[in-house]
Design a protein around this ligand. Structure first.
Ligand code: NAD
Ligand code: DAU
Length: 355
């Protein structure tokens, strides 16, 4: 049987009924990070019957304040490591599904020291899928478009689900490795899994090490923003709330064993984004510093999300990047107490790298 779903005006997608899935209890790993916490808020807001257990190690990138204030009968935080097999086994035994966000996520850190990336991104994923295999839990794997490597700046192509893997950095190679583990567990053991590969997220609660928050908070501090290389690298920006709605759709309507690319047609080069931030904050658009380029710096990412849109009827809600950027700037201006504790150490790390 096939289920159809509409946007109120007409049918925009269908899903095989055998794959429709309504979990009551889910484990969200990395739910105190930037994107995982957005997903937790999304589920609490949109799905009143679902209980969320967040498993998070609270590394430098995890902050329990990101999910503070959510109802305690709906959300439980377990502080722990996804590499802890006994803990993972216990949590997975009592859940319908695992949505796996936890990762070491920053390229520059992976270049300085790859080892925690291998441990968390590869061994952590292995630990989770073994537990899901044992207990028959549904598994959704949150991954990145960076597994596909990069596109030339003048290439009209975009990444699709068929693009060969070609990761460039220690970070993206560990994410690619984890995707491969999930694919193998699906084929060999029949793990009920899906994978999503999303482009660059922006929005509130993003760590100040990342491009957009780093520049906003530098400007607030009276420091000139820092642009790598020639500023011509292109990223395909998507609001984190759109990423969250897409992951929910894939979890509940996606076909088993499938990969879905998530993107919102938000391609922009870095210098354009930086000038937009400077202008939105009332500064001269040329008031920034050129700094050392990232080794192996990927040139361009671009996502073709046709499969996700056609099969599952997903659409992004935040399609006005300038507006989303303005709201993000306003959030950092209003929430200095959230980002201030991480700022000094982050900039010290960059300074040591000449960035
Ligand atoms: P983040 O760095 O903001 O958060 C990562 C979270 O994982 C933190 O809360 C951290 O404490 C937790 N964590 C790290 N190691 C852990 C471990 N061993 N055990 C338990 N918890 C651990 O990352 P993010 O930007 O929110 O990215 C989340 C996921 O989305 C990652 O898998 C990333 O690869 C993927 N992704 C990110 C983007 C992006 O633009 N940021 C785009 C596509 C995909
Ligand atoms: O594409 C998805 C990926 O997007 C995710 O998988 C990663 O977890 C996430 O960190 C992000 O990776 P990027 O390396 O693209 O994001 P970052 O914010 O580090 O950098 C964005 C671009 O801005 C990149 O071309 C490097 C550049 N940059 C970055 C910083 C921090 C600068 O020019 N100056 C900076 O200070």
């Amino acid at each position: 049987m096939t289920l159809a779903f509409s946007n109120g005006k007409g049918v925009i997608g269908t899903v095989d009924a055998q794959d429709a899935f309504e979990p009551e209890r889910i484990v969200v790993t990395g739910g105190c990070g930037f994107i995982g916490s957005s997903f937790v808020h999304h589920v609490v807001r949109e799905r009143p019957g679902v209980h969320v257990t967040v498993l998070d190690k609270l590394t430098y990138a995890g902050n329990p304040d990101n999910i503070a204030g959510l109802p305690s009968d709906r959300v439980e935080l377990v502080v722990g490591d996804i590499c802890d097999a006994a803990l993972v086994d216990r949590l997975v035994s009592g859940t319908d599904a695992v949505v796996h966000y936890a990762a070491e996520s920053h390229n520059d850190n992976s270049i300085a020291d790859p080892s925690p990336f291998l441990k968390t991104n590869v061994e952590g994923t292995y630990t989770l899928i073994e537990a899901c295999r044992k207990h028959g839990a549904r598994y959704h794997h949150v991954s990145t478009d960076e597994v596909y490597g990069d596109l030339a700046l003048d290439d009209p192509a975009k990444f699709t689900e068929e693009t060969p893997y070609h990761p460039s950095s220690p970070y993206s190679s560990t994410k690619a490795s984890s995707d491969m583990l999930v694919r193998a567990w699906t084929r060999t053991y029949g793990l009920r899994a899906t994978i999503s590969n999303c482009s660059n997220n922006y929005g509130p609660y993003q760590h100040v090490e990342k491009f957009i928050p780093r520049q906003i908070t530098n400007i607030i501090d009276g420091v000139r923003p820092k642009l790598y290389g020639k500023g011509e690298n292109v990223r395909d920006w998507i609001h984190t709330e759109d990423h969250s709605s897409a992951v929910w759709d894939i979890l509940t309507k996606g076909r088993m064993g499938e990969t879905y690319l998530i993107g919102a047609d938000g391609e922009k080069d870095n210098i354009t984004v930086l000038r937009m931030i400077l202008e939105a904050m009332g500064r001269d658009p040329e008031d920034f510093d050129w700094v050392a380029d990232r080794p192996g710096h990927d040139r361009r990412y671009a996502i073709d999300s046709t499969k996700l849109q056609r099969e599952l009827g997903w659409r992004p809600a935040h399609t006005d990047f300038a507006e989303g950027l303005k709201q993000t700037i306003d959030w950092y201006v209003a929430n200095e107490s959230w980002w201030r504790p991480a700022k000094e150490a982050t900039e010290a790390r960059y300074k040591a790298q000449g960035q």
